[in-house]
Design a protein around this ligand. Structure first.
Ligand code: ZN
Length: 327
């Protein structure tokens, strides 16, 4: 269990303040007059809340764009945000292991909304399709790949199935109406409009995946964040054996990955934590697989990036899958 730590506050606070300043949105503590101050635990959820809340709310994401919720530790500033909020939205399914302590520490009276309520959860361990030669204990790597995330048995990345985000939006709508009944009509209209966009997006994903030859719909990734995507849209995900998100791949790891790619005939590799371009180049050269572009799984990009909203994020990822797996 990852615990809330309020030590090391100087450095952490400075970092958080800088992040919030760069990220732009007003702090809940000084939400513009007349706006409902709300908090979302991470950037993707913050964007969904903005779509439902529209002009009536001021949204703060605790873990901002490009932020790593895997290693997040709440700060005193975060506790103040939560304390000042009228509604706090969290993903649940074990994503925010730090949330309960933060809520307690903040003493908030906010309405707490778990947006995955009603989503069919997927179990994250031993559920990844593992085929062919499993000679190196690959079955355990699914769990290993998210070390530090403290997820428990459920896969929290439900937002990677667009249909689930319709449920998120409905839960957010209901939470906002409870806190701000006067805005009910606005929240309902915003939700309907956003759900219409999500339905279009879902169809886009299906169309893009349908264009990829069935045999090509398989990737290796070091981060098991795309299980819901794979289940919903028919992409087979194979865990990179011997690589976790928190360690550098060794030469031995790389050799093992190359063998795995060849044996399982995987057309593309998305290894977020192999940042050394020489390693990436070597994997591509020796395995014949393509190296996929940047996928966004747990956080949005900043405003200038290709994934500054949830919808842009999904569009970015399907572009990357399509270009790496087609032909
Ligand atoms: Zn994750």
């Amino acid at each position: 269990m990852r615990s809330v730590k309020f030590s090391r506050r100087g450095a952490v606070l400075a970092t958080l303040a800088a992040t919030l300043a760069l990220a732009g949105p007003a702090l809940a503590q000084d939400a513009p007059a007349g706006k409902l101050p709300v908090v979302a635990t991470f950037s993707i959820l913050g964007d969904i809340v903005k779509n439902v809340g529209g002009d009536r709310v001021s949204v703060t994401a605790l873990v901002g764009p490009n932020g790593d919720s895997h290693v997040y530790q709440p700060t005193p500033a975060a506790a103040k945000e939560v304390a000042a909020a009228a509604v706090v939205f969290e993903n649940g399914l074990g994503l925010e292991g730090w949330m309960e302590r933060l809520v307690q520490a903040s003493g908030t009276k906010a309405e707490l909304v778990v947006v995955t309520k009603g989503v069919t959860p997927r179990f994250r361990t031993a559920s990844e399709p593992q085929d062919d030669d499993e000679d190196e204990g690959g079955a355990e790597k699914t769990a290993d790949a998210h070390k530090g995330h403290d997820h428990g048995p459920l896969d929290p990345h439900a937002w990677q199935n667009v249909a689930n985000v319709e449920i998120y939006a409905a839960n957010i709508r209901d939470g906002l109406i409870k806190a701000d009944p006067a805005g009910a009509d606005v929240y309902k209209a915003n939700t309907d409009a956003y759900i219409a966009k999500l339905k279009t997006l879902d169809a886009q994903v299906r169309a893009a995946m349908a264009k990829i030859p069935a045999k090509q719909r398989r990737i290796i990734t070091s981060h098991d964040a795309f299980g819901y995507f794979g289940d919903a849209y028919g992409l087979k995900l194979l865990a990179a054996q011997g690589v976790s998100t928190e360690s550098e791949a060794s030469a031995k790891d790389v050799a093992r990955i190359i063998r795995q790619i060849k044996a399982q005939k995987i057309p593309a590799v998305f290894l977020e934590n192999i940042s050394d371009p020489r390693l990436t180049a070597r994997i591509a050269k020796e395995s014949g697989a393509r190296i996929g572009g940047e996928l966004y799984s747990d956080a949005l990009s900043d405003d200038k990036g290709p994934a500054s909203t949830y919808i842009d994020m999904i569009e970015n990822n399907i572009r990357e899958f399509s270009s790496a797996l087609s032909s």
